[in-house]
Write a protein that binds this ligand. Structure first.
Ligand code: HXC
Length: 258
């Protein structure tokens, strides 16, 4: 495939790595980039050779947000007819795990894209922010909702209202990222994790992701209900038999996704 705004490696060990690649614009998320991201994820969803995805940028920039130059040309009707929300929706609905390796700026839509990922490994040079307020707008790809659910009220308010950035170590302390590495190691650590996840039984991984994400938007009771139903469904999979047999027989399991 020939993409303009992203680089997509051949899947390796069940992992597809996607690099945002508009260095001249700090990986600003223009429509073309989001479209390509949605397309590649749609294909990855249907590809049984891909069990996990990594999204990364460069050593110094993850993404500096929506493309401000593109945004400048849109009036209210243009914003209303903008196809980008449908691309964001497709990214949000991607059923397999996404690990982000984030170095440098993750701002505005870049921070929001990172929050669409399931696990975030940050280089210690990472900077996170929702600076939309400086442009007279607010986050538009879930930033107000996902940020407050992830890092809590006071810091979410602080970031969105003041536009102030936070560091990788602050992000770690608030649970926005799960590990901080030196910048040269974030992609390697993300790859290690994604490859490990890719060896796990895919149906169980998928149902686990779905159940975990449900916690953002439902009551405890209905979340527990979904968990129990998924738990029950997994009893009908061959991979559950394989996992339990392998444990009993003191050998490594061989999962097939069935
Ligand atoms: C378009 C951008 C861009 C952006 C940087 N560039 N961010 N172009 N959209 N979001 C371009 C610059 O115009 C410049 O190109 C080049 O990238 C380098 O940027 P500089 O500003 O020269 O670099 P630096 O001084 O190092 O500052 C880096 C920065 C700053 C702090 C990241 O660029 C910045 O504040 N960017 C905007 C961040 C932002 O406001 N993001 C929120 C966007 S709104 P040229 O060719 O001009 O030299 C948003 C809404 C989300 O995300 C809505 C839902 C999707």
């Amino acid at each position: 495939h020939n993409y303009q705004d992203i680089l997509v490696d051949e899947p390796q060990s069940g992992v597809l790595t996607i690099r945002l690649n508009r260095p001249e614009a700090y990986n600003a998320l223009r429509t073309q980039l989001l479209k390509e991201l949605a397309e590649v994820l749609d294909q990855a969803a249907d590809d049984s050779n891909i069990n996990a995805v990594i999204i990364t940028g460069s050593d110094t920039v993850f993404a500096a947000g929506a493309d401000i130059k593109e945004m400048a040309s849109l009036d209210a009707v243009g914003v209303m007819n903008d196809p980008r929300p449908t691309y964001w929706r497709r990214i949000a609905l991607f059923p397999k795990p996404i690990v982000a390796a984030v170095n440098g700026f993750a701002l505005g839509g870049g921070c929001e894209l990172m929050m669409h990922c399931d696990i975030v490994i940050a280089g210690d040079n990472a900077l996170f922010g929702q600076p939309e307020i400086n442009l007279g707008i607010i986050p538009g790809a879930g930033g107000t909702q996902r940020l407050i659910r992830t890092i809590g009220k006071s810091m979410a308010m602080q970031m969105v209202l003041s536009g102030e950035f936070i560091s990788a170590h602050q992000a770690l302390s608030f649970g926005l990222v799960s590990e901080v590495t030196i910048p040269e190691s974030s992609l390697q650590r993300a790859t290690e994790l994604a490859r490990k996840i890719a060896t796990k039984p895919p149906i169980a991984v998928r149902l686990a992701k779905e159940a975990l994400l449900k916690a953002y938007e439902t009551t405890l009771d209905s979340g527990l209900n979904l968990e129990r139903k998924s738990f029950t469904l997994l009893a009908a999979t061959q991979d559950r038999n394989e996992g339990i047999s392998a444990f009993m027989e003191k050998r490594q399991p061989n999962f097939t996704g069935k």
